[in-house]
Design a protein around this ligand. Structure first.
Ligand code: M6R
Length: 366
């Protein structure tokens, strides 16, 4: 039931403050001292002992994996590899019984992800599933797992499942770091608190929907778009571009902002909207200089900025403000305006946002 919403996608975008909360509910202790993941209890010693962790998924789930790579390496100091399931399963990867393989899938039925699971299992790795659909094949065939509690996702474009996946991965990364003693206890607590504050900040972002719609009205006729971000926000740039291309059929590319000079800058002219995820974090100065380079070539910059950033308001053509947050949890916030931007652009172009052409909700064949 779509309720008051015109499309499931919009409903699901709006549900995110609630679904993120559902996903960490009962798993974060109220004094932020502990994270409880019952489903992983038996395998945590294995995760702790792992020489490396391999995270596998497709599409949006693969983007969630990339965010986890950054977080697990930063805080839990364990090497992480992220793989497309479709590549992993065919490329004769080296896997052994000390490896922990995490498979991410909203549906738990994606054919390539299940094949990757079977391969990892065959090689003796510990296999962990993160999925949204209760009782799905992935949930049944993994050694252990954590459900995302996003509720049924109907829109083909994944939105609330993505933020729920990132929420689960954040909890796993922080718990692992705490157990290994690789994170300062105060920082751990601060980060758990930051995660708990996401739903409220998400609500504030959703209040900007009309503003985002007006930005969409300015740019919806563009035939290409570029999305840039650095650090934890590089995967968010990839996800923003995927959302736009799948539902509005506008060609969009996501890039690490630092890679711009190595090719994509050649595309910049006054017809190219460039969405830059640019909150005030450690990368800020570098991202601002990327924006200057785009402006110097007459590109149109839509910047996702920290609330109250007056500097970028002047420099960029349009800004969308998001509340301040810790960089490691910033993806959960900055992806929301990108989902809304894609949604409005697709609507203006007359596309069926819930059921884009050529796509299936769950890719159960190769
Ligand atoms: O159910 P899964 O998470 O395994 O699905 C993976 C991809 O097919 C999925 O994320 C796809 O890329 C979405 N349409 C993205 O919005």
């Amino acid at each position: 039931d779509k309720g008051d919403y015109e499309y499931f996608m919009l409903k699901e975008i709006y549900e995110q403050p609630k679904t993120i909360e559902e996903t960490f509910r009962g798993r974060l202790k109220s004094d932020y001292s502990e994270i409880v993941l019952g489903g992983l209890m038996n395998v945590f010693p294995k995760i702790e002992a792992a020489q490396r962790i391999i995270i596998i998924g497709c599409g949006t789930s693969w983007h969630a994996a990339l965010i986890a790579e950054y977080m697990m390496e930063e805080y839990a100091r364990v090497p992480v590899e992220v793989e497309y399931a479709s590549e992993f399963r065919y490329r004769k990867p080296v896997i052994n019984s000390n490896d922990v393989v995490i498979l991410i899938s909203q549906s738990g039925e994606t054919a390539d992800t299940l094949a990757a699971l079977h391969l990892a299992k065959e090689k003796g790795a510990t296999v962990i599933g993160i999925c949204n659909v209760v009782g799905s094949t992935l949930a049944r065939e993994t050694d252990a797992g954590v459900y995302t509690h996003a509720g049924v996702e109907i829109g083909v474009a994944s939105t609330k499942a993505f933020t729920a996946q990132v929420t689960v991965l954040t909890m796993i990364a922080l718990k692992l770091a705490r157990r290994k003693g690789t994170i300062d206890p105060e920082e751990y607590k601060a980060l758990v608190k930051e995660l708990a504050a996401i739903p409220e900040k998400g609500r504030a972002i959703l209040e900007g929907n009309e503003h985002i719609k007006r930005i969409a009205e300015k740019y919806y006729e563009a035939v290409n778009a570029l999305y840039l971000g650095r650090g934890y926000l590089f995967p968010v740039a990839l996800e923003g571009a995927l959302k736009l291309k799948e539902i509005s059929y506008v060609h969009a590319e996501g890039y690490a902002a630092g890679e711009m000079k190595h090719g994509p800058i050649a595309l910049v002219d006054d017809n190219l909207p460039v969405v830059v995820v640019a909150p005030q974090d450690d990368y800020y100065e570098k991202v601002v200089s990327n924006i200057q380079e785009i402006k110097a070539r007459k590109g149109n910059v839509i910047a996702i900025v920290t609330e109250g950033d007056t500097g970028l308001k002047e420099l960029a053509n349009d800004v969308i403000e998001i509340p301040k947050s810790h960089p490691a949890v910033a993806p959960l916030l900055s992806v929301i305006p990108l989902q809304l931007l894609a949604y409005h652009i697709a609507l203006l172009k007359g596309c069926n946002v819930d059921q884009p052409r050529n796509l299936a909700k769950s890719v159960t064949v190769e």
